[in-house]
Design a protein around this ligand. Structure first.
Ligand code: UTP
Length: 492
């Protein structure tokens, strides 16, 4: 075994060559265990790969790479048509329900993000998501799973028995806190054996402009999670795919943690993903119509004939603003980061010849770190670092023949993300959308009269409608709901 001094020399030489020698600047100050840990961290860096990434993304701002002509997608519409022709919504729904009943669907939530915009201290899934109950975002998804298990399990097994396993991607930074939170809350009523956690990969955070890797403390490299695109590798390397295959799971219902209204398991979406004639059955996406041309959401389109997401910042303004003869935006398919991904697709990506890689995206962020000279903590007031992340939607063009379907959904029904502390996509707008949805569903079920409305036509109350009460508006029919008082907060 090499002596500690020899290991130090070898690591230092490699770091110096790559211009990262500063990572060992405080080595002499560290305890023996800290020194060993830092050397191991440094030795694990892919310095050659990082040098290329630093030149491309940190020292420069690469122009958007949109690989081909951009055309609109033909989404499966809420109106029951696709590209002007009707499709059999009820038939696809029934097919998706059959997949769920036969245990072929799993829930997958990416929860490894840092939630820096929200500024919440802890895993974002622990943040209150229920508009009235304040139940955590994790519980919102757990309730969805429980409701689906109950609805589709009881019919064939005569009282439960259906298991929808839940896979949760954490990050090395929030893994332990996430697992502890689930233990503390007794897995929100789910069976512990059917909830699996695995941490995603990481990338070093780098100083803006120079590409020097940051130290989070004198003895530790500053790492950030490698983006939700990292899920496609982590699902494989963690053994989650092997676990799914053992269980007979074939379809992964992918959701983010920050949207308490997400239809975590959607039979219609599953049915279309698996059986629509223009689907490769590998990866599919949901969209909502963009609220306006400048809305900051990625747009599902065809790029060079393949389904893809173009980020709002990469979309040429002329296309963002382009309208059809009826005045509707031509590129209106806003991505809501909800996908169905087949287990076979993740296997193919990881185990197929040549492997796969997703492009990196650069984000300028404020990253606290140890001062390069003194080692003292620095909390920057403006962005000081580049984080490199991959995005899951960049796997869409890797589907067979670029064939990947898109399903339109209603924004108020399924999309109330919590991203920011205030303003758009904040806890306040999330509560408002939850209330609006509950009010809409009550109205559709013939119970609209119980909701107090303000002069502006908005519900004058706060409502929360858990999936265990209703998965669809029809489930509310015949329910007895007492009149809601103005200003009241009610869980239905
Ligand atoms: P966002 O892009 O909103 O990022 O993640 P974020 O990290 O939660 O928040 P900000 O940008 O720091 O404010 C969308 C979803 O992807 C997950 C998040 O947990 C969230 O569910 N995600 C993001 C990961 O799982 N890993 C990542 O590396 C990044």
């Amino acid at each position: 075994m090499a002596s500690a001094a020899a290991t130090f020399d070898a690591v230092k030489t490699n770091l110096d060559r790559a211009g990262q020698g500063h990572l060992l600047a405080f080595y002499a100050r560290l305890s023996g265990a800290e020194q060993a840990a830092l050397l191991a961290q440094c030795a694990a860096l892919d310095l050659a790969g990082l040098s290329g990434l630093i030149e491309k993304y940190v020292k420069a701002k690469p122009a958007a790479e949109v690989a081909g002509a951009i055309e609109p997608v033909h989404a499966y519409g809420l109106d029951g048509t696709v590209n002007g022709k009707s499709y059999d919504r009820a038939g696809y729904l029934a097919k998706g329900e059959a997949l769920i009943r036969s245990g072929k669907a799993a829930c997958f939530t990416v929860a490894g993000g840092q939630g820096s915009r929200l500024g919440y201290d802890g895993p974002k899934g622990c943040y209150p998501g229920g508009a009235v109950s304040g139940k955590p975002l994790f519980a919102c998804i757990a309730d969805w799973i429980l409701a689906v298990q109950q609805r589709y399990g009881s019919r064939i097994y005569g009282g439960g028995g259906l298991v929808i396993p839940w896979y949760i991607m954490t990050s090395p930074q929030n893994h332990e806190a996430t697992v502890a939170f689930f233990r503390q809350h007794r897995f929100f009523g789910l069976a512990e054996a059917d909830v699996m956690f695995f941490p995603q990969g990481v990338m070093p955070s780098m100083e803006l402009g120079t590409g020097r890797i940051l130290l989070s403390s004198p003895g530790e490299i500053g790492l950030n999670p490698d983006g939700h695109g990292g899920s496609l590798k982590a699902l494989w390397s963690s053994g989650a795919i092997a676990d799914m295959e053992r269980r007979g799971v074939e379809e992964i219902c992918y959701t983010q943690i920050d949207n308490p209204l997400v239809r975590a398991i959607d039979p219609l979406f599953l049915g279309l993903h698996r059986f629509a004639p223009d689907s490769s059955g590998e990866m599919s996406s949901k969209m909502v119509r963009k609220a306006h041309a400048a809305e900051k959401v990625g747009v599902l389109c065809k790029v060079g004939g393949k389904t893809a997401v173009v980020e709002y910042s990469d979309m040429p303004e002329t296309l963002s603003k382009k309208t059809n003869a009826d005045g509707q935006l031509t590129f209106d398919a806003g991505s809501i980061a909800v996908h169905v991904i087949s287990v076979a697709f993740v296997r193919k990506l990881n185990a197929g010849a040549g492997g796969f890689s997703l492009p990196y995206h650069r984000a300028e962020k404020k990253v606290a770190h140890a001062d390069f000279v003194t080692g003292q903590p620095v909390s920057p007031e403006k962005p000081n670092a580049i984080k490199l992340e991959t995005f899951v939607f960049d796997a869409l063009p890797l589907c067979e023949g670029g064939r990947s379907i898109v399903l339109e959904t209603d924004r108020v029904d399924e999309f109330a993300p919590i991203k920011n502390a205030e303003g758009a996509d904040s806890p306040a707008t999330c509560r408002q959308i939850q209330t609006r949805r509950a009010s809409n569903w009550l109205a559709k079920a013939g119970l609209g009269g119980v909701v107090p409305m303000s002069a502006g036509g908005e519900p004058d109350c706060v409502l929360e409608l858990p999936p265990t009460t209703a998965l669809y508006p029809e489930d509310l029919r015949g329910l007895s709901v007492a009149k809601i008082a103005a200003g009241e907060k009610r869980v239905l």
